[in-house]
Ligand binder design. Structure first.
Ligand code: MOS
Length: 728
């Protein structure tokens, strides 16, 4: 059985609103939680493949040029070293951030400092590392381009509507300000690691990746073999944040080394190698222009950005993504230029686009609100368009105003400081700021198989199988909740088996599509199973109630196990994006409210409290959804105050390539966060009426912190992060 739904029309099935088992939406614990905290969840480095050898990358010690010789013989003569591999297939730089595309082919040169140029394989990790540190080489250097402000650029997006220059000239009030955000590293807790083993011409790769369905194809493409020969096992992922969307060099290298040496090979990246050799978020320079009339209605909006990437890479940080549809304004100019630099490849990091585009837009809105003397919430409400201001499409669902109201009420926005610098507690200046949240919504093709059968003890169980991943987001929980709800089984009778490429292809975890897409696939499979149960009972679907393993229809009541009659019942559900993706403007929305204390002597900022209210369609698990938002807001605090990739001006290398020097927020940086989830259904989004929530909590969060810093101090910091030197 295979039930497929293409989203060509709004969803009408409301089965998940008709809660019988009582699972969907509830703040249930993750079934994988105990496995993780007891160390029994197997991560990529923990497979302990018998006879495995260890590979360590050698990074290029120069920014641009060609390697002319490598002294592999000297290293291969070292104790424990098995082989130095310089295969061009991993000398090439896999494209990051475009998970559906194969790595760029045909790159034999060095394009950035730290690019992997060789793999030393040895009997132990230590021997491999020693060999890697001692591989000498010669090269011909070429001039590298290292400064985004002076680099040659390619034109990316270029959208114009009306005459923004005229709107600016005729405005009652306007803002024309340039903001900068630095590069970011994904900073997933688990560094990249791949363990490869071949059985004949079949490869099994134990890795840490987000999009197994795509990654299998990328790997096959990089190795020049059929995708059917590639098997991936990715049951647990210690965070991805974009850096594991596409395969990184270690996966290709492990596969090549395992083939050459005819034994399993594991390649784990060190933290500095994760920074240097996987990918980064581009730094941005953003010019924001807002023109408004005396009533605070926007007449024009401009958002022009400079981002960077390697030459030939297609990805560019989509900075203006939400600016296209968030606010009114007849005259518009949105553009992105891509500087071509010899820096680590840029890709998708934690909500590409809105992560850095929303905070600056919301800073500019804050500046405009002040000029107009209008409350920041009121300014935003006055500029909510009735329909998409460029395409004219209706919004599928948009609880932006509701999020601002709910957040303001919970936060006590009416009690805020109103005059910058006016509220002081000893050495500390106290300020309040708000910002909106917005993240585009979409789904991806996804399938999942659900099987009902009896276990060895004769107990009824449901098993969900897909190659979908759980990257710390709660996928195991939500897919089990959907299946349990639909089939009338408690959580402990449902097992999700994830991250196995031999299962039906889920959506993968990226772009906040996972829960909606793969959740819908599970839902559709269960609808098929319910139909099969109805057929066996001789009843209509509308009459069927499934609860705690018992089926009831009219006056018929039977144990579900009996209905199976000793056979397993299995169905596959598939969802496909369709016309609704282009019929309506789809996004998740929210709002942040932040209180900061800024030390008047040192300039140090402490976030005292932060509230976020979000509308993301149906919430599948209140606990894991809230945790996603906690995570996003935490990243927002980091982006606002500490996070910053620093590149050496001489060679472009990342100076602070570890978590000691690249400052992600730690416990002491983050106060109690309050998250409010609004009740919402989006029929246009997917069969289960959910929208993306994974990235939403980050999309604007840093803007609220900087707006609060201004409110505390009267200092507008337009270059992120707001370190103390910029405030004092
Ligand atoms: Mo996300 S940056 O699409 O993993």
């Amino acid at each position: 059985m295979n039930k497929t739904v293409t989203m060509d029309a709004p969803a009408t099935e409301r089965r998940l609103d008709d809660m019988v088992q009582g699972l969907v939406g509830k703040p249930l614990d993750r079934p994988d939680g105990p496995r993780k905290v007891t160390g029994t969840a197997t991560y990529a480095h923990e497979w302990n493949l018998a006879g495995r050898a260890y590979g360590v990358f050698v990074p290029a010690p120069f920014a641009r040029g060609t390697i002319t010789s490598l002294d592999t013989e000297a290293v291969e003569a070292m104790d424990g070293v098995l082989r130095v591999i310089t295969d061009a297939r991993f000398l090439r730089n896999p494209a990051q951030g475009t998970a559906n595309e194969a790595p760029i082919q045909g790159w034999d040169d060095v394009h950035y400092m730290g690019q992997p140029v060789a793999l030393v394989v040895a009997e132990s990790f230590e021997a491999a590392r020693h060999g890697a540190q001692n591989l000498s080489m010669t090269w011909e250097a070429r001039d590298a381009t290292l400064d985004p402000d002076t680099a040659p650029t390619d034109a990316g997006e270029d959208f114009a509507q009306g005459d923004l220059d005229a709107a600016m000239k005729n405005a009652h009030a306007s803002v024309d300000a340039t903001y900068r955000t630095p590069g970011h590293n994904s900073a997933a807790m688990e560094p990249h690691c791949s363990a490869a083993v071949w059985h004949g011409d079949e490869l099994t790769l134990y890795g840490s990746y987000q999009m197994v369905n795509f990654n299998v194809n990328e790997l096959a493409d990089a190795l020049g073999i059929d995708a059917e020969k590639v098997h991936m096992r990715v049951p647990y992922v210690g965070g991805g944040f974009g850096s594991k969307l596409g395969i990184a060099p270690e996966a290709v290298a492990a596969a090549i080394a395992a083939k050459e040496l005819d034994r399993p090979v594991v390649v784990a990246l060190s933290r500095p190698q994760v920074f240097e050799a996987t990918m980064r978020r581009s730094e941005t320079r953003q010019r924001l222009r807002l023109a408004a009339d005396a009533d605070g209605r926007l007449t024009g909006i401009g958002h022009e950005a400079l981002v960077s990437n390697l030459t030939g890479e297609e990805f560019s940080e989509p900075v203006t993504q939400s600016t296209h549809f968030l606010y009114a304004g007849k005259h518009r100019k949105l553009a992105i230029d891509i500087a071509r630099l010899n820096r680590t490849c840029a890709g998708s990091v934690r909500a590409p686009g809105e992560a850095v585009g929303m905070p600056t837009l919301e800073n500019a809105m804050d500046e405009l609100a002040e000029k107009l003397g209008i409350d920041p919430i009121e300014l935003r409400k006055r500029n909510l368009p009735d329909c998409h201001p460029e395409s004219g499409l209706p919004y599928s669902s948009r609880k932006y105003a509701e999020a601002m109201d709910a957040g303001a009420k919970a936060f006590g926005w009416d009690q805020r400081n109103r005059t910058p610098g006016a509220r002081r507690e000893g050495e500390w200046l106290i300020g309040h700021g708000m910002a909106g949240a917005s993240r585009v919504n979409m789904i991806g093709p996804a399938s999942a198989r659900v099987t009902l059968d009896l276990d060895d003890a004769g107990q009824l169980r449901a098993t969900v199988e897909t190659d979908m991943t759980d990257i710390g987001t709660g996928t195991y929980a939500i897919l089990s909740q959907i299946a349990g709800e639909m089939l009338g089984l408690p959580m402990d009778r449902v097992t999700a088996r994830l991250g196995n490429s031999d299962h039906p292809s889920g959506s993968g975890s990226g772009g906040s599509i996972g829960a909606s897409s793969t959740g819908s696939a599970v839902f559709l499979a269960c609808e098929d199973l319910r139909a099969a149960i109805c057929a066996r009972l001789g009843c209509d679907e509308g009459e069927l109630t499934l609860k705690d393993g018992t089926a009831t229809a009219g006056n018929v009541r039977r144990a579900l196990g009996d209905i199976l009659d000793g056979e397993a019942l299995s169905a596959t559900g598939t969802v496909q994006p369709g016309d609704t993706a282009s019929d309506v403007s789809q996004a998740s929305y929210g709002a942040y409210f932040c209180e900061v204390a800024v030390n008047a002597v040192t300039g140090e900022t402490r976030v005292r409290r932060m509230t976020g209210a979000f509308g993301a369609g149906r919430i599948l698990n209140a606990k894991t959804a809230t945790s996603q938002c906690y995570g996003g807001m935490t990243w927002g605090i980091g982006m606002a105050l500490t996070e910053e990739l620093i590149h050496d001006a001489r060679d472009g290398h990342i100076v602070n390539a570890d978590l000691a020097e690249y400052h992600v927020p730690v416990n002491l940086d983050v106060p109690q966060l309050d998250v409010i989830l609004l009740d919402e259904r989006d029929d246009w989004a997917c069969p289960i009426q959910t929208k993306g929530i994974g990235e939403l909590g980050f999309c604007g969060a840093a803007g609220a912190v900087l707006n609060a810093i201004y409110n505390a101090t009267g200092v507008r910091v337009r270059h992120y992060p707001a370190t103390l030197d910029k405030i004092i």
